[in-house]
Ligand binder design. Structure first.
Ligand code: MG
Length: 249
């Protein structure tokens, strides 16, 4: 056994099976103390909603947090987003133009204020409207000269973020900072906004058994021997995958 960089989505990936989560927490904390394994949560949640879940589920204190689908990185328990990362996101981004462009689309319903962030504008968008709205919105944003990305997840959440920002790019940033190669980095997810974790490089990937159709479809279309589709759900699937890759016994 050796140290590794452990990166996981929270909702329906790390969290969802309380019993398996307890066991996984034990194993991860042990690996952190014995070998220096780093634990990172990568979630679409904002700081407020993250803290709620952390308290409710008694999550381990992470070594870094990737919040708001990769637009904010917090290191070592800091409450201030990492400025180096924020600077990287600034080019090609203008929040006011994003907001004014979206007003032409009545299908977009604004998410609560807590989810509106400096580098993220978030809406609810019904699945049946998404096929029509997403391409039109993308083209309107391009016309404004912005370099942004639309992330649609779980058949309801739409996040508009800077082009260079997603969970996967944020993991690359941490990997380089902490000097972990892709072979000893493992990423875990269950839904559309986790595809960035799996597609950005050759990190070891665990897709939990309860993964949503959009991620399963992506996995089928992009098979790779360094991605593992677990049978078990949530933390149980993560345990299964960590053993498969030899990170845990
Ligand atoms: Mg999830």
């Amino acid at each position: 056994m050796a140290k590794f960089l452990f990166v996981t989505d929270l909702d329906n990936t790390l969290v969802g099976d309380d019993k398996a989560l307890l066991e996984l927490n034990d194993r991860l904390e042990q690996s952190r103390q014995e070998y220096g394994t780093k634990i990172v949560y990568a979630t679409g949640r904002s700081p407020i909603l993250y803290q709620e879940l952390k308290d409710e589920k008694n999550l381990l204190e992470p070594d870094a947090l990737i919040l708001c689908v990769g637009t904010e990185i917090y290191l070592d328990g800091s409450h201030t987003p990492d400025s180096e990362w924020s600077e990287k996101l600034s080019s090609g981004w203008n929040r006011d133009i994003v907001v004014s462009t979206t007003t032409a689309f009545p299908e977009l319903v604004s998410q609560p204020d807590s989810e509106q962030r400096p580098f993220k504008v978030s809406f609810f968008l019904q699945e049946e409207d998404s096929q029509k709205v997403l391409p039109q919105l993308k083209s309107e944003l391009q016309k404004s000269g912005l370099d942004v990305k639309l992330i649609y997840s779980s058949g309801i959440d739409l996040d508009i973020v800077p082009h260079g920002s997603d969970k996967g790019q944020a993991v690359q940033f941490l990997r380089q900072k902490w000097k972990f190669v892709a072979e000893v980095t493992v990423v875990c997810g269950d839904s559309g906004n986790d595809i960035a974790l799996f597609s950005v490089g050759s990190e070891r990937g665990i897709i939990v058994g309860n993964a949503r159709p959009e991620l399963l479809q992506w996995h089928n279309e992009h098979p790779a021997d360094y991605h593992y589709l677990a049978t078990n759900f949530c933390a149980g699937g993560i345990l299964e995958g960590l053993k498969h890759f030899g990170f845990l016994e």
